[in-house]
Unconditional design. Structure first.
Length: 366
């Protein structure tokens, strides 16, 4: 039912598409394709999708561009590259969300309700002001679980679902029987200094944690660590907002973007609502590796018959965190097996309709 391909080494998108077509098993039964290109192909993305459409006979292609792409056990960065995966799925088991649409398809709610929900695999544009609203709309569909990633591009972002265009989101909603399991892995580990209550804040500016100056609380958290660990943590330090009722390992990591020693304040990239909890986390290889293995092993055990995978990883992961460009995928494949896989290195990851950072989102397909 599934086949994947990765091509790099030539500068033009059509040449890369031809190489992918040469790797695919074109048995004529495939009905849906996923396509991910590095952002060097953004201006050629429409031509690439058109070539794949003509070469496979698949009308429905879903995907976007990013700083890096992956297929199988290999990833590609800083070079023109293309990753594709094709799937043969039952008629009527998918619904496309086109990129230029102002809202969701009018019949999507009824389609989802008739099937008892679905899993939306979506791609979005962080620079589009309607992104959050569209994700909320999609999450509001009865029984619909939303996963995916944001494209990452140094030029105008392109994404596709059928046609190629721009817009807040695009993607495909898969009937629930097509997705065996979805998991989230964190790339940052808690400092182990406990949770803090945001006492006073406005926007991303935090004045008080636990009714004390926020910067003082941060400094005390670092001082509790051993000196060598303290130095490493300070270089890769972030704030995180735990998701209520979701356990210790589910939190939204947000960058620390500034401190003001005069006022004792800290600033994060995102909203810091008074009354919400905050923890301090650090990005580290050991914690990310252990959590990736834990997540992949857990959902593979829950879906032993899964036959393919989609993976969305933060651009700060991959070779920036793991060993070599294929290091992250090697860890992942050791847990889920050698099955067709395609994916993207993202500017933000989507899990259960929320935007995450420094994470990986894995979907196993039945």
């Amino acid at each position: 039912m599934f086949a994947c391909a990765l091509a790099e080494g030539v500068p033009d998108g059509i040449g890369l598409a031809e190489r992918c077509l040469g790797q695919l098993d074109r048995h004529g039964a495939a009905t849906l394709g996923f396509v991910y290109g590095t952002d060097m192909l953004a201006e050629q993305f429409e031509a690439v999708v058109d070539r794949l459409r003509r070469g496979t006979g698949i009308d429905a292609w879903v995907g976007t561009v990013g700083m890096g792409v992956m297929a199988g056990a290999h990833a590609a960065f800083q070079t023109p590259a293309l990753a594709v995966m094709t799937a043969a799925l039952p008629a009527g088991s998918t619904q496309l969300i086109e990129p230029a649409a102002k809202g969701l398809p009018g019949d999507l709610a009824a389609w989802s309700a008739a099937r008892g929900g679905g899993v939306a695999v979506v791609h979005g544009d962080a620079r589009d002001g309607d992104l959050a609203d569209r994700l909320d709309d999609l999450s509001g569909l009865a029984g619909c679980f939303v996963a995916g990633g944001l494209g990452s591009s140094r030029v105008r972002l392109r994404h596709c679902a059928g046609g190629v265009g721009t817009g807040p989101i695009s993607g495909v909603v898969l009937a629930p029987e097509l997705v065996a399991a979805v998991g989230l892995t964190q790339g940052c580990s808690p400092l182990g200094t406990g949770r803090h209550l945001i006492s006073k804040a406005e926007g991303g500016l935090i004045e008080k944690l636990d009714d004390r100056p926020a910067l003082e609380v941060l400094q005390l958290a670092l001082e509790r660590l051993p000196a060598p660990e303290r130095a490493r943590a300070a270089r890769r330090l972030h704030a995180a907002l735990p998701i209520a009722g979701r356990g210790e390992s589910d939190y939204l990591v947000r960058d620390l973007v500034g401190v003001d020693p005069a006022n004792g304040t800290i600033a994060i990239a995102g909203e810091a609502e008074p009354g919400r909890e905050l923890i301090f986390v650090r990005r580290d290889l050991e914690g990310a590796t252990a959590d990736l293995r834990r997540m992949a092993s857990r959902i593979r055990a829950a879906a032993p018959a899964a036959r393919a995978a989609l993976y969305f990883s933060c651009v700060a992961r991959g070779p920036h965190l793991f060993a070599g460009r294929d290091g992250e995928l090697g860890i992942l494949q050791a847990e889920i097996g050698d099955i067709p896989l395609a994916g993207l290195f993202c500017d933000g990851e989507i899990f259960d309709g929320r935007l995450y950072g420094y994470t990986g989102v894995l979907a196993l397909l039945a």
